[in-house]
Design a protein around this ligand. Structure first.
Ligand SMILES: *Cc1c(COP(=O)(O)O)cnc(C)c1O
Length: 235
């Protein structure tokens, strides 16, 4: 199992390297988040042993257990929450979380401000809806995203670092590419209205196991990869 995870990580890093060069990107600008939802601690440990330090979890309760298990590694692990957060879970959020990627409403941002146990600001990404025609997918619409951005900017508990998007399940690569490019465009528009210095770029968290090369082509600088690292998730 350790060897498999090691090989998977090596292959993914190679692929990131090649794709970045192909699209004239700097490979060092592209971060890899290992999505460890439903995976056990032994697998996370195996990835840690391969110098993988960024991990993504979907569920606050599952994250709490894993955080407890790896408390001795807090210097080595950055936890990212990437799943839909129910408002009644906001009180469990604390600074052991490095970044919350799934802020998709002003209500949720407000609830985290009120209830989270924070002793310093916490990094957040705005989750933008990728496909405006798909009503079932989480994420905030482009129209409402301005108000959420402005709310986070005036917050003294949340630090806006960028944007996250989840690709549509079904669509073929050409359609996906179009949606990803439009995600990047809108995210950069939201960002550049506030930060105009060319060196200050937002995080664009986009791309999973099956589409991360397309995401890199479309400007992603943070990939969230689960099954291609850890194997099929136990359910
Ligand atoms: C599960 C999940 C991933 C990883 O998916 P894989 O297909 O296993 O790479 C990425 N992002 C989010 C938001 C997820 O829920």
């Amino acid at each position: 199992m350790e060897n498999e995870i090691k090989n998977n990580l090596l292959n993914i890093h190679n692929s990131i390297q090649q794709t970045a060069i192909q699209f004239k990107r700097n490979p060092a600008d592209i971060k890899l988040i290992a999505v460890s939802k439903f995976q056990d601690s032994a697998k996370i440990q195996a990835a840690l042993d391969c110098e993988q330090h960024e991990f993504g979890e979907n569920y606050i309760q599952e994250w709490q257990e894993k955080n407890k298990h790896f408390l001795n590694y807090t210097q080595k692990i950055n936890w990212h929450i990437i799943g839909n957060i129910q408002k009644n879970k906001a009180k469990y959020i604390n600074n052991n979380i490095f970044c919350i990627q799934s802020i998709d409403s002003v209500d949720l941002a407000q609830e985290i401000e009120k209830k989270a146990k924070l002793d310093k600001k916490i990094n957040v990404l705005i989750q933008l809806k990728i496909d405006e025609t798909d009503v079932n997918k989480s994420g905030i619409s482009q129209e409402k995203s301005y108000a959420l951005r402005d709310y986070i900017l005036q917050s003294n508990k949340l630090t806006l670092q960028g944007f996250m998007g989840i690709g549509p399940l079904e669509s073929e690569m050409a359609k996906r590419k179009e949606l990803y490019f439009s995600f990047t465009d809108h995210a950069l528009k939201l960002w550049k209205e506030i930060y105009s210095t060319p060196t200050n770029n937002p995080i664009l968290s986009l791309g999973m196991s099956t589409d991360f090369t397309t995401a890199i082509e479309c400007g992603s600088n943070m990939l969230r990869i689960g099954s291609a690292i850890f194997g099929v998730r136990p359910s």
